[in-house]
Write a protein that binds this ligand. Structure first.
Ligand SMILES: *Cc1c(COP(=O)(O)O)cnc(C)c1O
Length: 217
């Protein structure tokens, strides 16, 4: 199947309020151009340098989402153009994003990454850290960032019950967090292997790579 056909198949299975982020990490410019020609405008990358190299040569109406783990010293390279940062996992990082956004006179939308998986290799806030952050008076001073939602990755497993349970937990936390942040509207959860479950559990944004572009090396 072609990239175009893959996109079509996935889009047909989505409910209207779910945004498809096409994860193009490691894939060549030509693949992104093919998806673009098929109407896709939202792309996700997990390395700032790679994303910036692609952003420089591709059409300017593409929305670039940073979905990977972020090193603070690299935020400056994407601050001018990044449309949404999914993986924010510390107040320190939020402060750096705020500082760099200010230089470009922008407000950068951010998602807080929540640790929901069993593996401890996956980054993110736990519920206590999240509550602490929400209560922190530091947040009010960060006028060049906007927290618009939460993001999480389920455990890498074939056990769909477990995946569902983890997504349910994230959705619960999302609803609770909304009480403190009424602007919260995005719940980024679901990848190629689990996006159908994620949508059933309330995802508003899925990050799909291999099911569109084929497997990565
Ligand atoms: C690579 C990646 C994806 C996409 O994974 P696929 O299984 O190829 O769909 C989604 N989210 C994050 C954070 C990723 O790093």
């Amino acid at each position: 199947m072609s990239i175009k056909d893959n996109l079509k198949t996935i889009k047909e299975s989505l409910t209207p309020h779910v945004t498809l982020v096409a994860v193009s990490k490691t894939k060549p410019i030509a693949d992104i151009e093919e998806a673009y020609a098929a109407g896709q405008r939202v792309f996700g990358e997990n390395k700032i340098q790679e994303m910036t190299e692609k952003q420089e040569v591709l059409p300017k109406d593409i929305e670039w989402h940073m979905i990977g783990h972020i090193q603070r010293n690299k935020v400056k390279y994407m601050a001018e153009y990044v449309a949404l940062i999914h993986g924010v996992d510390s107040l320190k990082l939020l402060k750096e994003i705020n500082k760099q956004a200010k230089k470009h006179n922008r407000v950068i939308p951010c998602l807080l990454q929540i640790h929901i998986a069993e593996e401890d290799t996956k980054f993110g806030f736990d519920e206590n850290d999240l509550n602490e952050l929400i209560a922190s008076s530091d947040l009010e001073q960060l006028t060049n960032i906007k927290i618009v939602g939460l993001m999480g990755m389920a455990t890498f497993t074939d056990n769909s019950q477990q995946i569902r349970k983890e997504f349910k937990r994230l959705k619960d936390l999302f609803e609770k967090t909304k009480l403190a942040f009424p602007d919260l509207s995005q719940l980024s959860m679901g990848m190629s292997g689990d996006y159908k479950i994620a949508i059933e559990e309330g995802s508003t944004m899925i990050r799909v790579g291999s099911s569109i572009f084929g497997s990565r090396n």
